[in-house]
Write a protein of this length. Structure first.
Length: 169
């Protein structure tokens, strides 16, 4: 009996992409230039998936998202791919490949909560490189709820959870 498989999860980002995110954080690289590096990375990832025999679908491995834990927030409030966030407010997850991800901490300026970016923003780019079915990875609402880590004036956790739910339905 054959067990069908599909690719799952994040892929390691190339050094070029990690460097591009770091340069963007330091305002040494513009958004358009960063998007070109991201598009090139997506093309490379899709090309490699296309070579896998009997692979039923394509994924980008989340290389287009600056941080799988915070991609839905406005970039003005988060660090994009900082490899060693020394001033982290939220908890940090370290990965192989010399990078880490920090869960953001919701700030009063970000309330009421709403998504600023959605998980499907790069689907048109992905479609331009492959005709195979694809899947986009999105963050679970339970993971989004982790950004409410401290009490905020005039914005209760209950209101935040309600806003998260409204974004997801």
């Amino acid at each position: 009996m054959e067990i069908r498989q599909t690719p799952v999860g994040s892929l390691p980002r190339s050094k070029q992409l990690q460097d591009a995110y770091a340069a963007f954080n330091k305002e040494e690289l513009g958004r358009g230039e960063l998007d070109q590096v991201i598009e090139s990375e997506i093309k490379d990832v899709v090309s490699e998936y296309e070579k896998i025999e009997n692979n039923p679908l394509i994924t980008t491995g989340e290389v287009e998202k600056p941080n799988f834990l915070t991609y839905f927030l406005d970039n003005g409030f988060i660090k994009l791919g900082d490899p060693s966030p020394e001033d982290a407010e939220g908890f940090v997850i370290d990965f192989e490949g010399h990078h880490s991800r920090e869960i953001a901490v919701l700030q009063k300026e970000q309330t009421p909560f709403s998504y600023k970016h959605y998980g499907d923003e790069w689907i048109p780019t992905l479609k331009s490189f492959s005709n195979k079915p694809f899947k986009a990875t999105v963050i679970a609402p339970s993971a989004v709820s982790l950004i409410y880590q401290k009490d905020l004036p005039d914005y209760s956790k209950e209101k935040f959870i309600s806003d998260v739910i409204n974004e997801c339905v």
